[in-house]
Design a binder for this molecule. Sequence first.
Ligand code: SF4
Ligand code: SF4
Length: 240
Amino acid sequence: ALLDDDGLRHVLAATTDHRAFYDALGAVPFEDGRDPSSVLARKAYLRADREPWGPHLRDALSATQKLLRVVGAFARTDPKSLLGRSAAVDLHTVGGPVHPDESLTCGTCAWRHDSSRSVGRSRCRKHPGVRIDASMRACVRWEAVFDCQDCGACCREAYTAVEVKRTEPVVTRYPDLVVREGKYLHLRRAGERCAALEGGRTPAEQYTCRIYDDRPSTCREFALASPNCLDARRAVGLSR
Ligand code: SF4
Ligand code: SF4
């Protein structure tokens, strides 16, 4: 997936015993959903994007892509050439390859949002500096619209504390859930999860919040498909 972002998947393929596994991966290597191996792979992908090595890795891959476009143009017509196959990959406006499913568009992606600056224009949460259009063919990082009950990321290990204001109903209605540390109040944790979060113990089971109607403002203000939502989903390996 890291190589896919720059259209380098074929030319920088894994070798030795790992090659068969690599070649067997689908067109979009991270499957959607909460499959445990996909979750682990997305977490590794997130780490590869972090300091100190992330920026250098991205620069190196981007430079390799530019080189490949020049060199690979000479081999485009040779079906056996890895260089040619990589150079033939169509790139999206955002830089990476287009999605293999031609029917998908940015308009159906969970991360497209209306530009706050220009009416009728779109932006992408995953590529904040780039203008996109809802009618564009999707890139390889397309994701179907999801809902919080399949995710729960912000209520589990993506964050470690949920602050509570003293005046919020949860303080009196659910005192067992509120931890006091001096003047600071926060919701109790159950391992890596908020103690009010239920479900999600198997990939098929949905998450629910048992105090949903009385949840603190910290939770109410957390918006679906916002930048924080993307960070949270990346942290738990649900988005890349
Ligand atoms: S992540 Fe989604 S909205 Fe962004 S460019 Fe890719 S398909 Fe379009
Ligand atoms: S707001 Fe985003 S991170 Fe939180 S549960 Fe909903 S989809 Fe997941």
